[in-house]
Design a binder for this molecule. Structure first.
Ligand code: ATP
Ligand code: MG
Length: 495
């Protein structure tokens, strides 16, 4: 089909299995074009995440042409299973040309309407760089919105009127910021002002979709830049509102940046190191409690932030829960934040303290706590942590990992405690915890002989005495947390 006076062509590297799907459609007399992110990615030599074909065939006509298909949605998209063994090429999504129809809720079109014209389909797409159609068979390229020009200039530009397009679908605003971060593109000026004007519409977008875009922003190579942009365009308050409390929140003399910038720099460090989502989230939120915990100290003539890791862990839990992150991620991130101060004071880092911190954070995650420490340090703008100190902490962790750090690693178990004369009930657990407390201090005590002797003595103790030793470590921590939080809540009226 000829859209411009002269047909434009290009040669892009499309895998044969994908090409084949288009050929089948064309042989049956239909039009077929690759479109969207895959064409964009091919043009910048990036590997496409998924493959989309747009066609004038109906969902039923598409299904009739292929041996294996699936069709389980209301958008007309048919999944076509290809001959490829490569999981990335296994499915091509084939969607009939669609027209943009009314959106009354800034989220989903009220109805899906199909069209017979490619031009309609390209018009409804979000950004010009995502609105290029390409037929790998003939090499024909249909670029009615100057997407190639924008790819060259590395800018993200809305198709048509940006205000209207963001009003129709608020998620596009986050997609713009996410694509800019992933591709290292800028957002074109009109498009950016369309975002700033429509940002409040994001309140209508589901938390799950916001979470998914946020996750991609954090996992991109440039999350710091993206969150700055989100803040400037008034989007951040609909994604992570508590982060904005850190803007202009000055820190003590050891820091060059306010809390907000410190958090973004810590996050960027985690991204530069290609660390996983949990570490990136922890880096981004580790000091989120600082604005609420900040107090002026006359004595030090400086700001102090006592308890910020406690209140920060609570706040992070609420933030991540609200964004519907999975429970395991919430647990890991909040535990990293709760203990992120641990490796900051060389005097407190003794071997028995390291054993305790491992028993708190979990042995599979202790390395992440050191990684978070690195992000925190880099995020202050100060020189890197002295490598010798980190190496020393690493070796202490390795050493501590050889010692028993949980009740399950004790050379005695509940059954044995009962054999020694303790009746079944909560006292069995208290005894085991009391024994662990001793072993955390002195791993040498982890022998059946010693533990059985101590257990026999403990069986004679009163409930109160026993609980006191057993729960000592644990309860002390909880009380401290509680007291610190109450004080801060009273002071700042935070929930
Ligand atoms: P990636 O696959 O890397 O996430 P993508 O741009 O391909 O990026 P998809 O979600 O796969 O994103 O969407 C495929 C295409 O569908 C986009 O390139 C765009 O043309 C169109 N599209 C996706 N979401 C929207 C939207 N909210 N509004 C308009 N068009 C959209
Ligand atoms: Mg895609």
């Amino acid at each position: 089909m000829d859209y411009n006076s002269a047909m434009e062509t290009a040669q892009l590297a499309v895998p044969p299995a994908i090409k084949q799907v288009g050929e089948t459609l064309k042989k049956a007399g239909f039009e077929s074009y690759l479109v969207g992110g895959c064409v964009r990615d091919l043009m910048i030599s990036r590997e496409p995440k998924d493959w989309d074909i747009t066609t004038n065939a109906t969902p039923e006509e598409i299904q009739d042409l292929f041996v294996e298909t699936f069709y389980e949605n209301t958008y007309g998209t048919v999944g076509v299973v290809t001959e490829s063994e490569d999981p990335r090429l296994k499915v091509v999504e084939v969607t009939p040309y669609r027209v943009e129809s009314a959106y009354s809720n800034a989220r989903h079109p009220d109805e899906v309407r199909f069209s017979k014209k490619l031009t309609d389909d390209l018009k409804r797409r979000d950004f010009t760089i995502n609105a290029i159609a390409y037929d790998p068979g003939s090499g024909e390229l249909v670029d009615l919105h100057n997407g190639r020009e924008d790819i060259k200039r590395r800018v993200i530009t809305a198709v048509g009127n940006p205000h209207e397009r963001f009003e129709e679908d608020a998620l596009r605003m986050l997609r713009a910021i996410r694509l800019a971060a992933e591709l290292d593109f800028a957002i074109e000026a009109q498009t950016a002002s369309g975002i700033a004007a429509n940002a409040p519409q994001l309140a209508k977008i589901s938390k799950e979709r916001i979470r998914d875009e946020l996750t991609r922003i954090l996992m991109s190579p440039r999350p710091m830049q993206a969150i700055y942009v989100a803040q400037k365009l008034s989007v951040l308050r609909y994604v992570l509102p508590r982060l904005e409390d850190g803007i202009g929140c000055d820190q003590n003399q050891a820091h060059s940046y306010d809390v907000f910038e410190h958090l973004l720099r810590a996050l960027q460090c985690a991204a530069d190191k290609e660390w996983p989502l949990e570490v990136r989230l922890a880096a981004l939120l580790h000091d989120v409690g600082k604005p609420a915990a900040r107090q002026w100290s006359e004595e030090k003539n400086d700001w102090t932030f006592h308890g910020h890791e406690v209140i920060g862990a609570r706040m992070a839990r609420e933030i991540l829960f609200d964004l519907k992150f999975p429970k395991e991620i919430i647990e890991r991130v909040t535990s990293l934040i709760r203990w992120h101060m641990f490796f900051s004071d060389p005097d407190t880092v003794t071997l028995s303290a390291v054993r305790r911190i491992i028993s708190n954070v979990g042995k599979d995650h202790i390395k992440e706590l050191l990684d978070l420490r690195i992000c925190d340090r880099v995020g202050t703008g100060r020189p890197k942590e002295q490598p010798f100190r980190l190496r020393k902490y690493m070796s202490m962790v390795d050493e501590a990992l050889r010692d028993p750090i949980s009740v399950g690693m004790l050379k005695i178990d509940g059954l044995k405690v009962m054999e020694l004369g303790q009746k079944a009930g909560p006292r069995v657990g208290w005894i085991l915890h009391a024994l662990l407390e001793e072993v955390l201090d002195e791993p040498k005590k982890n022998t059946p002989e010693y533990l059985e002797k101590r257990a026999t003595e403990m069986i004679e103790m009163s409930d109160d005495d026993l609980k006191k030793i057993g729960e000592e470590g644990k309860e002390r921590k909880i009380e401290e947390d509680g007291a610190a939080i109450q004080k801060l809540r009273a002071k700042h009226h935070v929930s």
